[in-house]
Design a protein around this ligand. Sequence first.
Ligand SMILES: [Zn+2]
Length: 122
Amino acid sequence: MDKREIFVKMASIEERIGDLYQEIGELKDVIVVLMEENAQLLVENQHLRNRLDKKTTKPAPKQKRSEQVKTEEAKKKVVGEGYDNLARLYAEGFHICNVHFGSLRKEGDCLFCLSFLSGVQK
Ligand SMILES: [Zn+2]
């Protein structure tokens, strides 16, 4: 292989790497959109579960005392799970606050998210 051939081959490899680099960039954008969509669905699902839970545990007129305690415990458990899910989502790098809801956190901690989390914990 003479020097010219080597140079042509290098140029061709460089071009292919450039194309791959661009393709990776495009795929990365697609993945970000999918991850954000997934996070939004998780948060929405959690909110719907919480609402459903509130609705189904509200009318409890003819319950025995032991059943009432059970319902309360189940409710606490669901709220706890909701908190865990949201905390996990935040730890994975997504906003769970109303301001940026479900989008990827790009600049470290978010004060809105943190205050939301500390509010849910109570
Ligand atoms: Zn946030």
